[in-house]
Design a protein around this ligand. Structure first.
Ligand code: KIV
Length: 266
């Protein structure tokens, strides 16, 4: 189905400096709430491994599970652009990534896939792009790599790490990425990435200097178990309905009241 927000809309929003509001959703009902509240981009994130399935991380999530949740969300969207994660190892080389993207777009109804990638994975991004797949490259903190990283850590701190992140951004843009998404990235480094790229830059825990913001639905409703992430905010607190909370999130991002400097990392 054709939704009213396209990649061109998101590019225009960057050019007009209109903040892009993004949010995760995993089912039809919440997708409809997000769509009606004015969310521009809905992500079926592999965070569903944690918030829907109760796993400790995103690694166990399968491609079939992503496709199932994508189909459910797709039915709830008339307006918002639909981005879907390539889950762990479904993109280990170009061929695997192409087959996975085909499934998520043809069977799931996704508009775009998101791949956790740095410069090393640029050839995979290039293969997707050459095949006509709209791609979002997710870097900075890559949750599928927390096993290797040894935990969730802020990325880009120190000049050498910052230069590496900037090199990743350049390589991913040159490979044909259409959107960049940075997670848990030092805010000054995210600002440097934004200044260096022509692509829409969406942040989560990456400070105020991004073209858009994304959060996990359960975090903005204050129902994520454990300590809420520093970069999030409970928009349901003080409101009496879930649609009102999602509308408040949309309004806060659009008017640049969220995130504040306190939600980012130096
Ligand atoms: O899976 C997810 O929800 C994500 C967001 C944290 C950006 O990748």
């Amino acid at each position: 189905m054709t939704r009213s927000i396209s990649l061109s809309t998101l590019r225009r929003m960057k050019a007009d400096q209109t903040p892009i509001v993004a949010l995760t959703a995993y089912d039809y009902s919440f997708a409809r709430v997000a769509d009606r509240a004015g969310v521009d981009l809905v992500l079926v994130g592999d965070s569903l491994g944690m918030v829907m399935q109760g796993h400790a991380g995103t690694v166990p999530v399968t491609l079939e599970e992503m496709a199932y949740h994508t189909r459910c969300v797709a039915r709830g969207l008339d307006r918002a652009y639909l981005m879907v994660d390539l889950p762990f190892l479904s993109d280990y080389d170009s061929r695997a990534a192409l087959e996975s993207a085909a499934m998520l777009m043809k069977e799931g109804g996704a508009d775009m896939v998101k791949i956790e990638a740095n410069a090393e994975q640029a050839p995979i991004v290039e293969a997707l792009s050459r095949a006509g797949v709209p791609v979002c490259a997710h870097f900075g903190l890559r949750p599928q790599r927390v096993g290797q990283l040894g935990g969730y850590r802020v990325q880009g701190r120190g000049e050498e790490a910052a230069e590496q992140v900037l090199a990743d951004a350049r390589a991913l843009e040159a490979a044909g990425a259409d959107i960049l998404l940075v997670e848990c990235l030092s805010a000054p480094v995210a600002a440097r990435v934004r200044a260096s790229t022509g692509l829409p830059l969406i942040g989560i825990g990456a400070g105020v200097d991004c073209d858009g913001q994304i959060l996990v639905l359960q975090d903005i409703l204050g129902i994520t178990p454990g300590r809420p992430p520093k970069f999030s905010h409970d928009f349901l607190a003080g409101r009496d309905s879930i649609p009102a909370a999602v509308e408040a999130y949309v309004e806060a991002v659009r008017s640049r009241r969220f995130p504040g400097p306190e939600h980012g990392f130096e």
